[in-house]
Design a protein around this ligand. Structure first.
Ligand code: LRH
Ligand code: MN
Length: 394
């Protein structure tokens, strides 16, 4: 299939993806955290690294911030604005953190203890205020709430507390803001999770209010679950707010997008592009990355991720929607399937390289970043701080 340059360029012109601040920091698993000398440890370093990704790819103008990790109490938002201006990336989605503090052992908004539910709600309302102060549109609400043993939780009561909390959070939004409800089937809870799947998130978002939507983290699904079907349903309900893209082989592995199953993300983009073709309007979706780079160089992994996302989005833009819909109507299965496979198997890299050069960007952002010496320079600057950091699970 000869890719039509216009269609591809138009798709590349509109595609933007948000990077997560926590993707630049030292992260690990419960079995350990392997430190990298150039890893970001301060908000300034996270903005600097996000600035690198945007300066080399041109398509990551915002960085997602996690409130406790990036905007602890007393943070001067003017300082954050200065960092944003200095590094050319804007604060993006704001992520409250109601899962780390000791009080949240048995949950946050769904905790049996009212004072803990109040504490969590206060933090979420603070996060909405921070978002207003930073000009951020989206508040991403993910909850670790759940239980580990049968019988230990009244699931219906917890559902009601979660509903009440999210409704109150929604009331604090200003007109332009959105509350994105993120679901996850398990981890850290291993018996039940209060917001375990798309249906529960949809129900809670609806109950919260008209500015609430569902966020789909690709790593938050059981093996074999058809994620693009969930995407199709949320689109048809006009309740799809955004994505946390990553890849996985087993569970919520948070690996780099497209490293295990690139066709999965392509099928998601295919659903969205066909919806946009059918409705004639852009879907109001926030494309975001949510990964932890435990082994790879973190900025290189982020640039690799963005390049892969661009390629998969560009391939999906090549789908011939007219032919696809006709083949579906006439139940010509192979022809319909090949509308996707032909697009997926088209090498869009030469046109993407041209698109980058036409925008004064390096044809190969990853190589250009490597040639910049940024990693070596920041490793020298940041290594001093790491001398006395220990990384053990217990
Ligand atoms: C939970 C999650 C959530 C973030 C966290 C870093 O697994 O996907 O989106 O808050 O990762
Ligand atoms: Mn996520």
């Amino acid at each position: 299939m000869a890719p039509s340059p216009e269609v591809l360029r138009a798709a590349l012109d509109e595609f933007r993806i948000e990077v997560p601040s926590w993707g630049f920091a030292d992260t690990g698993t419960r079995f350990g955290k392997f430190l990298q000398d150039n890893a970001a440890g301060t908000l300034a370093e996270k903005f600097a690294d996000a600035g690198q990704v945007h300066s080399f790819t041109g398509v990551c103008p915002t960085v997602a911030l996690h409130v406790l990790w990036d905007l602890p109490a007393g943070t001067d938002l003017k300082e954050v604005q200065k960092l944003s201006d200095q590094h050319g990336v804007r604060p993006g989605s704001i992520n409250p953190n109601v899962f780390e503090e000791q009080e949240y052992k048995h949950g946050s908004l769904a905790n049996e203890r009212a004072e803990v539910r109040d504490k969590a709600l206060r933090h979420i309302l603070d996060s909405v205020r921070l978002a207003k102060g930073l000009g951020s549109r989206d508040i991403v609400a993910w909850f670790a709430d759940g239980s580990n043993y049968p019988g230990t939780a009244n699931i219906r009561r917890r559902k009601q507390w979660m509903t009440d909390g999210l409704r109150t959070a929604h009331q604090a939004l200003d007109g332009g803001q959105r509350l994105l409800v993120e679901y996850k089937p398990f981890e850290p809870a291993f018996y039940h999770t209060d917001i375990a799947d798309w249906g529960m998130a949809l129900q809670l978002a609806r109950a919260a209010g008209p500015q609430a939507r569902v966020l789909v983290d690709t790593g938050h699904h059981y093996q074999g679950q058809n994620i693009e079907q969930i995407v199709a349903w949320l689109l048809s309900e006009n309740m799809l707010g955004g994505f946390h893209f990553n890849d996985r082989r087993y569970a919520d592995d948070d690996l780099t997008l497209g490293s295990i199953d690139p066709y999965q993300v392509f099928r998601i983009f295919a659903e969205i592009r066909h919806y946009e073709w059918e409705t004639g309007r852009r879907a109001d979706i926030a494309y975001m990355i949510d990964q932890s780079h435990n082994l790879k160089n973190k900025i290189e992994a982020m640039i690799q991720t963005v390049m892969t996302a661009q390629q998969l989005y560009a391939k999906a833009a090549l789908i011939e929607h007219e032919a696809l819909e006709r083949a579906r109507d006439q139940q010509r299965l192979i022809d319909a399937e090949n509308c996707l496979k032909d697009a997926f198997e088209t090498d869009v890299r030469p046109l993407i390289r041209e698109w980058r050069q036409s925008r004064g960007l390096a044809a190969d952002p990853l190589q250009a970043f490597r040639d910049s010496g940024y990693t070596e320079r920041t490793a020298r600057e940041r290594a001093a701080r790491k001398k006395n950091v220990v990384s053990s699970y217990a």
